[in-house]
Design a binder for this molecule. Structure first.
Ligand code: NDP
Ligand code: GDR
Length: 356
C-alpha cells in the first residue's frame, strides 16, 4: 500500500506534536501548518524535524493560518492529503472572552474554510477530515456524565465557535458525503500542555516554588471539576476515529472527574507538601501544613464571566466501537507533569512570569 499523507492544522500545539509522532511511527508522511511568528513557535516538534534536503524526510511544515482561505486551498492542493486533522484553534477559554471575534474567525470560520477548500478542490471524496471538538460544547449544564447525545450549551465564545465548527463538520458529512468526524474530547494534558492552562500553570508553579523561584501560585475557581486525561492517549483516539469506515462523532474521556483544588493538592504532594485550606471565597488561602507558609491565593482576575462547573465524560461508544481507552490515571498524569517541570525549570533557567 502506498504511503499515507496527513495534513495537521495546529501541528505546533500540544496535540499536534503527539499526533505527528504517532503518525510518523505508523509510516505516514506528515505535513503540518504552522503560523508565522516573530519568535520560534515550533519547540514541541523540533525533535521531529530533519533537514528537508535529506532523502529520509517525512515531516514537512508549511506556513499558513486558519484565517487565510486561499492559503489553506493552496496547501491542500499541494499536499493532496489522505487525512486532514483540524487541531488549530485559539484554544484558551478565558482568552476567548477577550477575543471573541478572533476566536470565531479562527475556530468557527477556520473550520468552514478548510471544509470548503476540500469541496472546491474536489478532495472530499478521498480525503478524510477530523475536527477537534470539545467537551466545552456541553457547558457542564444538565446531564452528567456527558455523552454523544447530551444537549449542547456553550458557555464561552470559544465553545460557541466550536459549536459552529462541530455542526459544519456534520453538515459536510450529510450534505456532500464527506468522511468527516468530530472527536468530542474532554480535557487532556501532558508535560507539553500550554503554560496558561490550569494544570500546567499549577505544575510549573510547584516546580518553581520548589526551586525557590516563585513565592505563590495565584488561581481562580478551585471548585471547577474536569475530566483530565493524557494527550498521548487522546491522539490515538483521533487516529482511530479517522480509520473507521463510516464517519461519526465520538466522546473521548476518562470517566473520572476532579476539582482544580484536588489537582493542586496532588501536585504539591509530589514534592512532599501537604496543602491545608483556610478562608472562604477570594479570601481562601492554601498553606503548606508543615511550614505554615501560604502557597496558594485566589486572584479574581482568573474567574470567568461564565464558568463550566463540571465535566465528566462517558466514552462507552469509543470503547465499544474504536476499542479506545485511556491508560494514564489522574495521579500518574499529575506526577508526570510535576516531575517534568522540576527538570524544565532549573535554578538557572527559571522564569518569574508564570501566571496565565
Ligand atoms: P494548543 O493551544 O496547544 O494548540 C493549538 C494549535 O493551533 C497551535 O498549533 C496553534 O499555533 C494553532 N493555531 C492557533 N491559531 C491558529 C490560526 N489562526 N491558524 C492556524 N493555526 C492556529 O491546543 P491543543 O493542542 O491542546 O488542542 C488541539 C485542539 O483540540 C484545539 O482545537 C483545541 O481547541 C481542541 N481541544 C483541546 C482539548 C484539550 O484538553 N487539550 C480538549 C478538547 C478540544 P501556535 O503554536 O502558533 O499558537
Ligand atoms: P478549560 O481549561 O477551560 O477546561 O479548557 P483550563 O485549564 O484553562 O481551565 C480549567 C478550569 O480551571 C479553572 N481555573 C483556572 N484556569 C486557568 N487557565 N488559570 C487559572 O488560574 C485558573 N484557576 C482556576 C478554570 O476556571 C476552569 O474551570 C481546556 C482547553 O484545552 C480547551 O481548548 C478545551 O476545549 C477544553 O479544555 C476541553
Amino acid at each position: 500500500m502506498s504511503e499515507k499523507k496527513a495534513l495537521i492544522i495546529g501541528v505546533t500545539g500540544q496535540d499536534g506534536s503527539y499526533l505527528t509522532e504517532l503518525l510518523l511511527e505508523k509510516g505516514y508522511r506528515v505535513h503540518g501548518l504552522k503560523r508565522r511568528s516573530s519568535s520560534f513557535n515550533t519547540a514541541r516538534v523540533d525533535h521531529l524535524y530533519i533537514d528537508p534536503r535529506s532523502p529520509d524526510v517525512r515531516f514537512h511544515m508549511h506556513f499558513g493560518d486558519l484565517t487565510d482561505g486561499t492559503n489553506l486551498c493552496r496547501v491542500i492542493q499541494e499536499v493532496c492529503p489522505d487525512e486532514i486533522y483540524n487541531l488549530g484553534a485559539q484554544s484558551h477559554v478565558q482568552v476567548s472572552f477577550e477575543t471573541p471575534e478572533y476566536t470565531a474567525n479562527t475556530d468557527a470560520l477556520g473550520t468552514l474554510r478548510l471544509l470548503e477548500a476540500m469541496r472546491l478542490l474536489k478532495v472530499g471524496d478521498h480525503c478524510r477530515f477530523y475536527q477537534a471538538s470539545t467537551s466545552e460544547l456541553f457547558g457542564g449544564i444538565g446531564e452528567t456524565p456527558q455523552r454523544e447525545g447530551t444537549p449542547f450549551h456553550p458557555r464561552s465564545p470559544y465553545a460557541a465557535a466550536k459549536l459552529y465548527a462541530y455542526w459544519m463538520t456534520v453538515n459536510y458529512r450529510e450534505a456532500y458525503g464527506f468522511h468527516a468526524s468530530n472527536g468530542i474530547l474532554f480535557n487532556h494534558e501532558s508535560p507539553r500542555r500550554g503554560e496558561t492552562f490550569v494544570t500546567r500553570k499549577i505544575t510549573r508553579a510547584v516546580a518553581a516554588i520548589e526551586w525557590g523561584l516563585q513565592d505563590k501560585l495565584f488561581l481562580g475557581n478551585l471548585d471547577a471539576k474536569r475530566d483530565w486525561g493524557h494527550a498521548r492517549d487522546y491522539v490515538e483516539g483521533m487516529w482511530r476515529i479517522v480509520q473507521q469506515d463510516v464517519p461519526d462523532d465520538y466522546v473521548l474521556a476518562t470517566g473520572t472527574t476532579h476539582t482544580v483544588r484536588e489537582f493542586v493538592e496532588r501536585a504539591f504532594e509530589v514534592v512532599g507538601k501537604s496543602i491545608e485550606w483556610d478562608g472562604v471565597g477570594v479570601e481562601e488561602i492554601g498553606y503548606d501544613r508543615r511550614s505554615g507558609r501560604a502557597l496558594i491565593e485566589i486572584d479574581p482576575r482568573y474567574f470567568r464571566p461564565a464558568e463550566v462547573d463540571i465535566l465528566l465524560g462517558d466514552a462507552t461508544k469509543a470503547r465499544d466501537r474504536l476499542g479506545w481507552q485511556q491508560t494514564v490515571s489522574f495521579e500518574d498524569l499529575v506526577s508526570e507533569m510535576v516531575e517534568s517541570d522540576l527538570r524544565v525549570i532549573t535554578r538557572e533557567e527559571g522564569r518569574n512570569d508564570l501566571h496565565g
